[in-house]
Design a binder for this molecule. Sequence first.
Ligand SMILES: C[S@@+](CC[C@H](N)C(=O)[O-])C[C@H]1O[C@@H](n2cnc3c(N)ncnc32)[C@H](O)[C@@H]1O
Length: 223
Amino acid sequence: METDHTVVERRLLDRALRPDTVALDAGCGRRTRLRDYRDRIVRLVGVDADDDAGRANPHVDEFVHADLDEALPFGDASFDLVYANFVVEHLARPQQAFAEWHRVLEPDGTLVLLTSNRASPFLRGGDLLPHRLRLLIKRRGAGVEERDVYPTHYLANTPSRLAEATAAAGFEPVAVELVGTAHRYGARIPGAAAVLRTVERMLPAARRSTIVAAYRPLPVRNV
Ligand SMILES: C[S@@+](CC[C@H](N)C(=O)[O-])C[C@H]1O[C@@H](n2cnc3c(N)ncnc32)[C@H](O)[C@@H]1O
């Protein structure tokens, strides 16, 4: 079982990136791991509905304040890469977002996304907890700041729902990997990470907590 989503992400990005990639970080927030790929990304645009977070992001060349659930202010085929790191779970209209990502991608571009798998018992269990307790676990366990916790909808957040939603928007999967990342929530609690990793190892792949995937856009006539 792969337990590091960034390792899988690197494999998919290495395949997707060309020397002169123009990239869109959809839901860029305050930081982006695409900063580590600037040797191949000549222009990096970030989009986010949280204006403060996006403006504070030091890694993007341009920040655009926009709602991913609506039409995006970019022309067709503007980007070689659309990247969304833990954003899909927050979308109220993922179908609309995927359709826009398809529209703004070059025909030979790639969508790379990482998102939570709602089919994971850790995710389902977490949802049953009161909001304050979930915040506490995110803060104490994984070191997430409260201002970086956003409402979730999980509308395209099982392997099958994500497959349906991306296919309906005209994407074909290049790679879809299930990664065991529940240990992140125990990172700051002695012994907890090892227990979470062991439990997650016993689960079927489809129930691991994080989906890391790459897709290519199909021509519109095939959609
Ligand atoms: C968990 S954070 C991830 C931020 C960043 N991608 C990262 O890796 O640190 C989710 C981000 O998605 C953004 N987001 C959620 N729904 C959005 C929407 N409908 N339109 C634009 N941004 C959205 C939030 O504002 C937030 O910055």
